[in-house]
Design a protein around this ligand. Structure first.
Ligand code: ADP
Ligand code: ZN
Length: 721
């Protein structure tokens, strides 16, 4: 295959089998081809690898990729070889003979990509740098570039050797890539690598295909088990804090018939490797792990990530949840939260003799707690944490899907707020509730038993008071002082309610029910053949087993989904499917065509390849910033397209599009009546008025079937405002 001087798009299509670059991949590739230093900040699954792999195949010489993760290197190299690209890696896992073979290949200019552990560059008198300068190198890519910075959360001293890169190669383009970097880290990367006026590409950190959930961690095992049974065909990761935790949970799950195994740093390396591979090959479905698991895992079809314990900070949480849905298909993440976990972690955050570090860690933990307790859109919370603007409503997280009904709870709020004031803002939430309930407990100070608020709330259950007190905290009427035994204090907003008769609108106590989504499980423009999809996966797994590689390296689920949707019956059509590059069509085409052909014959189906629209819009749609995405939907609406048409054209569900438009209804730029008929609107409003506490799901069920979740959300976006 002659590849030099080829165009990037041609390489993308013929080698990798993708129709189009995503979001700003094309500009990044061009920047590298122009010889410029380039910095890429892109979330996990965004497609960073292609940003240097494509240029490598367009340029003369070998691309040197520095990566800290041995497991990832092997994965990348295997994956490239699957596409017919000559690639290799050098790290401590190879024997010296194996290394010498690769050195020879480099001398012969036979490799297009060389993956390298940074320690390989460390050595007397920069010998490896010097060796590299004797062979034609086209570019340097620094993966996980945040590892070079002490500001990053994952500093690796070995990365400091890269300080010398520009001394030895002042004119070679360097591309630095990372999925997590705040402003400080980003500047540090540029500084430490001595990048020359680099072009910086920042993608949104939004992962639109991930649905966020936080659930109460209270007798949660049955809930977890039910979840795993419901997702019986999917694979996923469950994170626990401790090694014991992983062992116990894995054993419980295995006993209950779930294909699950534990993974943690206390296992010997052989066992770890074995379990990792079983998981990669879909031979075990669920891995129950400490955070030691996942660093190098590139598995693209992880459908869910569950946190059975609270993560220590948002950075870690974001990174761990980011391992779901790298293939772009809808995926879910669930965090089981209890405040008890936060207290446990707080003791871990104490760094002896280092008050400054302790404060940093405690603040980060506090943010994690705030994420769990927020009533705000979770996606918005995360994006704002990373310094990005985001809309109030994403339509794809538990808080957006379960917008609670707000009621006027001013009197209730005043009772709680005044109790807080009467005990001089010196007591925590449970104490306040006990006073309101008139508890006889010894704990209650004698003088507090004389207060007029003592026993003022005898008539209502304790749980309700706790609920409203918590809501006052979430709503910013009360502050839980984390630095002072979590005592409750009045905020300005709280004082307005207490002294100036401002209203307090609070959610009523409801069991948070997860709506069973009315959407198909997969974002699809067209329905697909489910049985065929399973047959294709079997075929893939078989090939993977024979070759002893992880299944997703052969084809991702989304590629197989394309086959099950468009039913290509010949090689030409097969090449139009996502992920089917020339080399793979040649190597595997027949095997998969055979499955599709047989299936179509049995079912008497014809090909649907003509339905396959150019995917440009869909791919961009999944990566652009949310704001732009909403705007695109709105613009299309203004051009006269219907919600269904926009959904089809953009490859989103109608509910997502309605979520986009809800924003403009909320802002007054769009009339609700244009989207929801007066009749439906009246029905929805009537239902809302009738129930003062109701979940989205029950609300939906109480309404005629032809009223969609999207329409309910649209009406809510007005009622809310
Ligand atoms: P990252 O390194 O940013 O986490 P990867 O480079 O592993 O992400 O890419 C994630 C997935 O997206 C991979 O399966 C990759 O093949 C796929 N991908 C990347 N770019 C494209 C594209 N332009 N079209 C289709 N799929 C792509
Ligand atoms: Zn949301």
């Amino acid at each position: 295959m002659k590849l030099q001087q080829t165009q990037p798009l041609q390489v993308l299509q013929s080698v990798f089998g993708y129709d189009d670059f995503r979001f700003n991949q094309s500009a990044i590739v061009q920047s590298v081809l122009d010889g410029k230093d380039t910095v890429v900040l892109m979330p996990t699954g965004g497609g960073k690898s292609l940003c240097y792999q494509v240029p490598a195949l367009c340029m003369e010489g070998v691309a040197v990729v520095v990566s800290p993760l041995i497991a990832l290197m092997k994965d990348q190299v295997d994956s490239l070889r699957q596409s017919g690209v000559s690639a290799a890696y050098l790290n401590s896992s190879l024997s010296s003979y194996e290394q010498s073979v690769i050195i020879q290949q480099l001398k012969n200019n036979e490799l297009k990509l060389l993956y390298l552990a940074p320690e390989r560059l460390v050595g007397s008198e920069d010998s490896f740098f010097k060796f590299l300068s004797t062979i034609p190198v086209c570019l340097f890519a620094i993966d996980e570039a945040h590892c070079i910075s002490q500001w990053g959360h994952d500093f690796r001293p070995e990365y400091r050797i890269l300080d010398k890169l520009k001394i030895h190669f002042p004119t070679k383009p360097v591309i630095a890539l990372t999925a997590t970097a705040d402003g400080e880290t980003k500047r540090d990367i540029i500084d430490k690598l001595h990048l020359d006026n680099p072009t910086v590409f920042e993608n949104s950190f939004n992962r639109p295909n991930i649905q966020y959930h936080v659930k109460p961690k209270q007798r949660h095992y049955p809930d977890l088990l039910a979840y795993l049974k419901k997702h019986a065909k999917d694979s996923g990761i469950i994170y626990c804090l401790s090694r014991n935790g992983t062992e116990n949970l894995a054993a419980d799950l295995a006993r209950d018939g779930i294909s699950a195994m534990a993974y943690h740093a206390g296992l010997d390396s052989l066992t770890r490797q074995e379990r990792q591979e079983l998981f990669l090959r879909d031979e075990i479905r669920v891995i129950v792990a400490t955070v030691a698991f996942g660093m190098g895992i590139n598995k693209s079809n992880v459908r869910f990530v569950i946190h059975a314990d609270l993560p220590k900070n948002i950075e870690g949480y974001y990174q761990e949840t980011g391992r779901a849905g790298r293939d772009g298909l809808p995926s879910e993440v669930v965090l089981y939260y209890s405040y008890g976990d936060a207290i446990k972690l707080k003791s871990f955050a104490e760094v002896e003799g280092n008050a400054e570090q302790t404060k940093i860690l405690t603040d980060k933990l506090q943010q994690m707690v705030a994420f769990c307790e927020t009533r705000q859109c979770r996606r918005q919370f995360l994006l704002q944490y990373f310094g990005e603007e985001a809309p109030d409503f994403c339509g794809n997280c538990d808080t957006c899907l379960n917008k609670p009904q707000l009621v006027d709870a001013t009197i209730t709020a005043q009772k709680i707020l005044s109790t807080v004031a009467r005990v001089k803002e010196q007591f925590g939430l449970n104490y306040i509730v006990d006073v309101i309930k008139g508890s006889n407990s010894e704990k209650i100070w004698a003088e507090h038993k004389l207060l007029s608020v003592y026993g003022i709330g005898k008539d209502r259950p304790k749980g309700e008071w706790t609920h409203y007190a918590n809501e006052l905290v979430y709503g910013g009427y009360l502050l839980k002082d984390a630095n002072h035994y979590n005592v409750l204090r009045l905020t300005e907003k709280g004082k307005e309610v207490l002294f100036k008769s401002a209203k307090a609108m609070l959610p009523t106590p409801i069991e948070v029910e997860q709506p069973t989504t009315n959407e198909p499980v997969i974002y699809q423009e067209h329905p697909y053949e489910e049985t065929l999809f399973e047959l294709l996966k079997e075929q893939r797994n078989l090939l993977a087993k024979v070759q002893n590689v992880p299944a997703y390296l052969i084809f991702s689920d989304s590629s197989l989904l394309d086959l099950a949707t468009y039913l290509p019956l010949n090689t030409i059509d097969l090449a139009k499917m996502s992920g089917f590059g020339a080399f793979k069509v040649e190597k595997y085409g027949a095997a998969f065509l055979n499955v599709v052909q047989t299936y179509c014959q049995q079912k008497q189906l014809v090909t649907r390849v003509e339905l396959k629209a150019p995917k440009r819009e869909r791919k961009q749609g999944s990566n652009e910033k949310d704001n732009d995405s909403k705007r695109i939907s709105f613009d299309m609406w203004n051009e006269g397209k219907s919600v269904a048409e926009i959904a089809t054209a953009r490859g989103f569900t109608t509910s997502t599009i309605e979520g986009h438009l809800a924003f403009y209804v909320g802002s007054g730029e769009l009339q609700l009546s244009e989207l929801v008929s007066a009749e439906k609107q009246a029905l929805i409003e009537a239902a809302l008025a009738q129930w003062d506490k109701i979940s989205m799901k029950s609300l939906k069920e109480s309404l005629p079937e032809d009223i969609s979740y999207g329409e309910i959300k649209l009406v809510l976006s007005v009622v809310k405002g």
